[in-house]
Design a binder for this molecule. Structure first.
Ligand SMILES: [Zn+2]
Ligand SMILES: [Zn+2]
Length: 363
């Protein structure tokens, strides 16, 4: 399918050579193998994890105690939307897509052979090949990319702006964290952080219809957007006493659920403090350094359920529906769209974090 004559030989791509060594280069357009698709990248979001890789925290570059996130000579970018330009019948049938369709792919490309994959827990796949971090799965900071034969691909309506469609990735992660919390109708749910992940958590938590969704941040404009995403109460933790406000909302008991979406060390003890006894803490944040807390709060004091959350398994269709519904203020969440050549500016905007929420590159 498609006319190969229309596909150029080379393309612009960002290449990661190592920490703080990313360059824009002219590279060959990749050729899809059997069961794969060549996709023209329409938008790619920049994530906090991209920035972390960029700065090359030791843990991710050669510390053997944790699996390396990133390999070198890889094109970064794991949250993206694109248009199919070439695919074979195998891929078309498997993903129910054709040339010209707007498509997103889940960020993890499972091996489909390990214990986790075989049990349906593909997001914890052993080899853990994520687009943009591994050589097997080059990412989206390029004009074209391959949707891998093992990928999970979802069609998105062409009417949705590409940078909104690419938000399906972080949003699916937020929704998975919400699912982990098993929210009840009478719950008071506190969401820490109103960045891309936190705002998605607010929207996801609200859709579970609990008693109250409370959003925390230090930036007034992000708290305003949190209200539009469904927060019933917003607390500026730089100015207000979150503990007192949450206690007042809960007859003095504390929050039922705390969703952590900042990756800031102070958000961890904050959550342990705000939760009631037998409450549920969900950690989605990715931390730069180790975090120290009093673990006795988890056992002796409150008998908390502390749960991790990673990626957005089984939540992509819901994330796409939520974007499609128009319920989210997508234009306010997607604050910056830059050309691919300005990837450095994009990384800096994400690093600064004060003016931006979701920064996207438009190749
Ligand atoms: Zn991401
Ligand atoms: Zn696997």
């Amino acid at each position: 399918m498609s006319n190969p004559a229309e596909i150029p030989q080379t393309m612009q791509a960002v290449i990661c050579h190592g920490p703080e060594n990313y360059t824009l280069e002219e590279v060959p357009v990749p050729t899809p193998g059997p069961g794969e698709a060549l996709v023209k990248v329409d938008a790619v979001g920049i994530c906090a994890s991209d920035l972390k890789c960029y700065h090359g925290a030791a843990k991710f570059w050669g510390d053997d105690s944790r699996p390396a996130w990133a390999e070198t000579e890889v094109i970064p970018g794991h949250e993206f939307a694109g248009t199919v330009v070439q695919l074979d019948d195998l891929a078309a049938e498997k993903w129910k897509v054709g040339v010209g369709d707007r498509v997103v792919s889940e960020q993890i490309v499972p091996c489909w052979k390990c214990r986790y994959c075989l049990r349906g827990q593909y997001w914890m796949c052993g080899p853990h090949d994520l687009y943009g971090f591994k050589r097997r799965t080059p990412g989206a900071m390029a004009e074209y990319m391959i949707y891998n034969v093992d990928a999970l691909v979802h069609k998105v309506p062409n009417e949705i702006p590409a940078h909104h469609a690419a938000f399906a990735e972080p949003l699916s992660c937020s929704l998975h964290a919400v699912e982990r919390a098993n929210i009840g109708f009478d719950d008071v749910v506190v969401v820490a952080g109103c960045g891309p992940i936190g705002l998605g958590m607010v929207a996801g938590a609200k859709s579970k219809n609990p008693a109250k969704v409370v959003a925390l941040d230090m930036a007034p404009h992000k708290l305003e957007i949190a209200k539009e995403c469904g927060a019933d109460v917003v607390i500026n933790i730089a100015e207000e006493d979150a503990d007192k406000i949450v206690k007042d909302l809960t007859d003095g008991y504390g929050a039922d659920v705390y969703l952590e979406g900042t990756g800031h060390p102070a958000a961890v003890p904050q959550g342990l403090k705000l939760l009631r006894k037998l409450g549920t803490y969900v950690e989605y944040g990715v931390f730069r350094d180790d975090v120290t807390v009093d673990w006795s709060i988890i056992s002796d004091d409150k008998e908390l359920d502390v749960l991790g959350a990673h990626l957005g398994p089984h939540c992509w269709p819901a994330a796409i529906r939520l974007i499609e519904s128009g319920a989210l203020p997508m234009d306010k969440i997607c604050t910056h769209q830059l050309p691919l050549a300005e990837f450095q500016k994009g990384l800096d905007l994400v690093g600064d974090g004060t003016s931006s929420i979701k920064v996207s590159l438009i190749p």
